[in-house]
Structure formats: structure tokens, C-alpha cells
Design a protein around this ligand. Sequence first.
Ligand SMILES: [Zn+2]
Length: 160
Amino acid sequence: MSYTCPSCKSDNIQKATMTHVSGISKTKGIGIGVGMSGGPLGGLGGGIGVGKATNQTMLSQMTTPPKISSPFFRAFIIWFLILFVGFIFIGLVIDLILKTGDTIAAILIGLLFVIVIFLSFGGAYKAYRKQDLKNKETMTAYSEQYICLRCGNVFRITQP
Ligand SMILES: [Zn+2]
């Protein structure tokens, strides 16, 4: 089965993932320089420089993979934020709780900590799942992306 560009109907199309990788080439260059200077003492200087450059074609740049953020990082941020806000909340109500008496206060404070920790892990798990799903969708969309080598149109072919 062959696909064609929806814009110009050309079949000269390429997968974005292939276009991107094939358009990157690494070049290495060595340069040697010698310099002389006049002056009363005179001088001779030499230098060697090694340079590395990455060349990327326009087509390759047009088909750069999407940036995705780490689900672990997202989860950590959410976990930290809930703990932070939770502990501030406990700090605010702790005076009120302490007025209720020793045993009840201890139970209430313990309960609050358990709730905050539970919420933080629950939130982190949700954030992880959400980001992970988003990443998968983004990568699927990218893997279905094609570029027309005739008119440069970038489009998506959804495989069944
Ligand atoms: Zn085209």
C-alpha cells in the first residue's frame, strides 16, 4: 500500500523518524595554526584545535522528535508539592489540635500525617500515569508523521 502527500499528491514521502536521523551528520575538523611575531625578542607560536560540529539538514530539523518530559520528574514534583502544602497545613492547625488534650491530639496529628503522605503518593501516581500516557500519545503521533520530499508538507498517516 502506498501513501501520497495530501497536499500535492506526490508519493515521494518519507517517515519523519527516518528523515530526522538521516539528516544529521557529525564532522570533525583539525586545524593547525602557526604564528610569528617580530618585536625585540621574536616569537613563534603554534596551536592545534580540534573542532566538532553537528550538521543538520533543514528537512531533519523539520522532523525533530517532540520533547517529552519525564513522568518520574512530574510525579516527584507533585509528591513534593502535596507534602509541602500538607505539612504547612499541619503546622497551621497543630496549635488547635494540641488544645484538645494529649491522646486525641496525638491521634489527630498522626492521622493528618498519614492522610498527607497518602495523598502525596496518590497524587504522584496519578501525575506519573498522566504524563506517561501523554508521552506515549506524543510518540505515536511522531511515529505516524511523514514529510513530503516534494513540497515539504508534514502530515500524519494513521496506521490501522
Ligand atoms: Zn507534497
